[in-house]
Ligand binder design. Structure first.
Ligand SMILES: O=C(O)CCC(=O)C(=O)O
Length: 378
């Protein structure tokens, strides 16, 4: 047999085996490719485990727009309202006072079991401790996605970034959204779903109290807001090398109706604007911070203010906060009830749908100084 023919035979007999071999490598190669692209993307988030020695340029705020941390005072008299109180008229008065004077308050004895809160905090921390490649599987910069890990606020629009990563989830109806939630950590879906149910129930009780505090029947506001959606942001603020140059989140108001914020009890960072002065809200143990959002300002005919607040970062410890947002149904017409615009009182805002408002809100940067509600004034 000629050498050439021998060679041919050996090639053809090897050929099927090479294909089989290559096929065996395909999953591994695509896994490696995916890992390498996830690793490249990992630089997009700041919870990658990398310890920054200096603040990257894209996070540095202009001198005129920095947190001026030395000028911030502690707010020691944040209203703390006992939701377990048997004296409902007193509680309702306290809610009204807090909403008028501050636009936010804290609730204790709120009925959300400690165990549910602790599990929520634990699983939130465990999520952000996952390897960055694992987290990046959920990364998106598209604000219309109903579940995503993202960073800063609206990376595609903003000029300066914020020192925050966040996992954003839609949470109501739970059956619709839990299937798309992370399954790592393994208890994530269960722990977060239990928390969402308990927090929604608290939110509804608070909305009843707010309705009564405006002199309305307790179900009026809930009826106006329709079948409310519920979203959650698990905010993670890693240790920041130069906290005085940037924000975790710059001053903003919330576009939704009511926000129920679970603060890190050990690390503070939330600040609210009162009478032109930024005040640091020291975390109160076992309390939720409640913010009036833009929709409640509109429904109250401007009587209650949607509070400007921001999150600052620090160079010692990472911080986590968990914000639950109750949002009117998309096609709900937002307007103050007739009872609040009687007797010569004018409607402060035009009627609008929540979908219109939300679209406007996301078309802007978070740190624009003009309140988004200004666009909807009469
Ligand atoms: O982290 C905080 O304390 C504030 C969070 C916040 O304002 C938000 O998620 O909208």
């Amino acid at each position: 047999m000629s050498i050439e023919r021998m060679h041919m035979i050996s090639l053809t007999s090897q050929f099927p085996c090479d294909i089989k071999e290559s096929i065996r490598w395909v999953p591994l190669l695509s896994f490696l490719l995916r890992q390498s692209s996830l690793s490249k993307m990992a630089g997009k988030v700041i919870s990658s485990g990398f310890r920054y020695a200096a603040l990257p340029e894209s996070y540095v705020r202009p001198v005129t727009d920095r947190p001026n941390l030395s000028l911030v005072s502690n707010c020691d008299d944040v209203p703390v309202i006992d939701f377990g109180s048997a004296d409902r008229p007193l509680m309702v008065r306290q809610i009204g006072d807090a909403c008028r004077r501050y636009g936010f308050f804290q609730v204790i004895n709120h009925g959300v079991p400690d165990e549910i809160v602790e599990r929520m905090q634990r699983v939130g921390r465990e999520f952000f401790e996952l390897p960055v490649e694992e987290k990046m599987k959920l990364y998106s910069e598209d604000p219309t996605k109903t579940m995503r890990l993202s960073t800063s606020f609206n990376v595609q629009k903003e000029q300066v970034h914020n020192w925050r990563d966040y996992l954003r989830l839609h949470c109501y109806p739970l059956d619709q959204y839990t299937p798309e939630w992370p399954s790592n950590p393994s208890s994530f879906k269960e722990d977060v779903a239990n928390y969402c149910r308990a927090v929604r129930d608290l939110g509804m009780r608070i909305l009843e109290g707010i309705s009564e505090s405006l002199g309305l029947e307790k179900e009026v506001i809930i009826k106006i807001l329709g079948d409310q959606g519920q979203h959650m942001a698990i905010n993670h603020y890693p240790v920041c090398p130069e906290p005085e140059l940037t924000y975790g989140l710059p001053g903003h108001t919330d576009p939704n109706a009511l926000t129920i914020l679970l603060q890190d009890t050990l690390v503070s960072g939330l600040q609210v604007l009162k009478d032109g002065q930024w005040l640091a809200v020291r975390p109160h143990p076992n309390a939720f911070v409640i913010n009036i959002g833009d929709q409640l300002e509109a429904v109250s005919n401007g009587e209650y203010k949607s509070v400007w607040h921001r999150a600052v970062v620090n160079s010692d410890k990472p911080r986590m906060s968990i914000a639950s947002f109750l949002c009117p149904c998309n096609d709900t017409i937002i307007s103050a009830p007739q009872e609040l615009i009687e007797g010569g009182t004018k409607a402060v805002f035009k009627k609008f749908t929540y979908a219109e408002y939300y679209k406007k809100f996301w078309s802007r940067n978070l740190d624009q100084k003009e309140h988004c509600l200004e666009f909807f004034k009469n």
